[in-house]
Design a protein around this ligand. Structure first.
Ligand code: PBG
Length: 427
């Protein structure tokens, strides 16, 4: 095609390409080609790339639409940049016929704008729930196994952390208390002390930030001298119904202090229905329940248990938390929690359990939460500190993947750090 060569012969003047061949813009009509030969040079007006791009829009010549159209019909076509030349391949590239593909998915990934247009999942600070550890102390104590996390003093550090989170759009938190050993007992009664650490912190937070969304953890482990989520019988059995009785009292104490969402993480059977009934009977119809629907007996909780000093004093949690090998069983928990009135279903841990998140997403219309747990957090942090991975990118990617799998909200210790990154990206 001789014309192609001619059309590509625009030259570069002062960084701007000036088209020496205005003809190619015209449709391939022989009438027009004939007319173009008759054009009068003095009527020519050209659009220069340098004018359009560098110095703003081309100067107007005061022509009407009809005059512009007439000029084009008469063959006086304004110049536009030439057809771009084909970029050269490195020498040595194999010469191959193009593959006969009807679909080349790479077309839709060609540029940042196309990629942004076709992005299926988004990540926003509004999706995050920020788990915060609190204690009775005045100072914030670093948690060794979770770099960047602290046991926050409930009267000072907690308020400051919440304020920082709100500044970047994270307005939801979940509280985990470090309870003094002297207040722990086999029946975990401190869990429903209306003036305990959690209810006190909730009242303080609500007083300062009335619109803050406060989630609470409902389980006995921080209050249990055995370090279990339920009451332990003499023979080591975790008693279900008796534990549920305590959890209902705990949920009421939290709701009474102003909690928005109570979150049973204990995995006792029937606790969602019992807590719903207990809340309703006390006038807390407006308080939601986020159920830890599929909570697995995972080794990824290690750093969290160090943070709260809540390791089980004996045995493990396998008689109540789910077997990591099980998939279908999550559906049994899902239908129970739905029937019992859960408002949100949670999967925990997060990244190793993406299939479970997707399973719940596809089998329930309720919002789904994912918990990126302490072990997931600490692994990314450690990899980042050791410069083995790019901490920030891995953090954002892992959160995006949880969303892609079907999570509406994500409980993550990265909430503040990730929200700051997302806000910076916008700027
Ligand atoms: C206890 C509870 C645990 C976590 C949240 N609530 C620990 C456990 O079940 O032993 C773990 C959170 C994390 O690892 O980040 N009910």
């Amino acid at each position: 095609m001789a014309s192609t060569t001619a059309l590509n012969s625009g030259c570069n003047v002062g960084g701007a390409v000036v088209n020496r061949n205005p003809l190619f813009l015209r449709p391939p009509s022989s009438t027009l080609v004939k007319q173009s030969r008759r054009r009068s040079p003095k009527l020519r007006f050209t659009v220069r790339a340098s004018e359009t791009h560098a110095d703003g829009p081309t100067k107007k010549l005061g022509l009407s639409d009809a005059e512009c159209e007439a000029a084009v019909v008469a063959g006086t076509v304004p110049e536009a940049p030439p057809i771009p030349s084909k970029p050269a391949a490195p020498s040595g590239s194999p010469m191959v016929p193009s593959l006969p593909l009807s679909r080349r998915p790479r077309r839709n990934r060609k540029s940042p704008a196309l990629r942004a247009a076709f992005q299926e999942t988004t990540l926003s600070p509004a999706n995050f729930v920020y788990p915060l550890f609190i204690h009775e102390g005045e100072d914030d104590t670093p948690i060794g196994a979770m770099p960047g996390c602290y046991r926050l003093g409930w009267r000072h550090g907690l308020l400051e952390e919440v304020s920082k989170a709100r500044d970047v759009g994270v307005n939801s938190i979940v509280l985990f208390p470090k309870v003094p050993d002297a207040l722990k007992s086999p029946t975990g009664d401190e869990a429903y002390n209306e003036n305990g650490l959690v209810p006190r912190a909730i009242r303080l937070l609500k007083d300062k930030y009335p619109d803050l969304v406060i989630y609470t953890d409902v389980a006995l482990d921080p209050y249990s001298s055995d370090g279990h989520d339920g009451i332990v019988r003499e023979d080591g059995v975790i008693m279900n119904d008796e534990t549920v009785h305590q959890l209902c009292k705990q949920a009421i104490a939290q709701a009474g202090a102003g909690a928005d969402v109570v979150s049973p993480s204990d995995m006792m059977d029937g606790r969602v229905g019992a807590i719903r009934a207990a809340l309703d009977s006390e006038g807390f119809q407006h308080v939601s329940i986020m159920s830890y629907t599929a909570k697995y007996a995972s080794s990824f909780y290690g750093p969290f248990r160090d943070a709260l000093d809540s390791n089980p004093r004996f045995g493990d949690k396998k008689t109540y938390q789910m077997n990591p090998a099980n998939y279908r069983e999550a559906l049994i928990e899902t239908s129970e929690d739905e029937a019992e009135g859960a408002d949100i279903l949670l999967v925990k841990p997060g990244l190793p359990y993406l299939d479970i998140i997707r399973l719940l997403r596809d089998n329930s219309s309720l919002p789904i939460a994912a918990y990126q747990v302490s072990g997931e957090y600490s692994m990314i942090k450690a990899g980042g500190v050791l410069k083995m991975i790019d901490e920030e990118r891995v953090m954002l990617e892992s959160l995006m993947c949880l969303r892609r799998a079907g999570a509406d909200i994500i409980l993550t210790y990265f909430a503040l750090q990730a929200a700051r990154c997302l806000c910076d990206e916008k700027r």
